[in-house]
Design a protein around this ligand. Sequence first.
Ligand code: CO
Length: 172
Amino acid sequence: MIRDIVVYPDKRLKAVSKEVVDFDSSLHALLDDMYETMVAKNGVGLAAIQVGVDLRVLIINIPIKDKEKGQDQPKDNTLEVINPIFLEEEGKSRYEEGCLSVPGYYEYVDRYKKVKIEYQDRNGIKHIIEDDDFLSIAIQHEIDHLNGRVFIEKLSILKRKKFEKEWKNRKS
Ligand code: CO
């Protein structure tokens, strides 16, 4: 089921999401809905709070070309990350980011180049993942959502002011 996306400046985006304790069917339904919603909106990542659920859950699906399935974001290529913890962060990276909660706006953001993360999958099994490329950026962006932060908060004051002005004009 496709769920509604929470759009900036909705206050829910400021919520600090809670640890997942129950790895049950309602969590699985949430993950499945998040995938459907993300693909429907042409996103590469989504945090649960973006569909109004304040749990430490995020998904990432970096498009690939799957000729057999005729789909570039097959479900089995979805990384489901629950209760993530940073183990290592190093280097610097700058990448143009966007967000389904700030539709149509893209800007360069400073992040760590490489991250190493411990997380749980939908069955509660622990895993470790590390990356120094686009996945690293996406994970950092989505973990920010779990802590109530949106990428525009990382912009310079000047760019932020310009954004807020543009955003207001766009909506009126
Ligand atoms: Co986002």
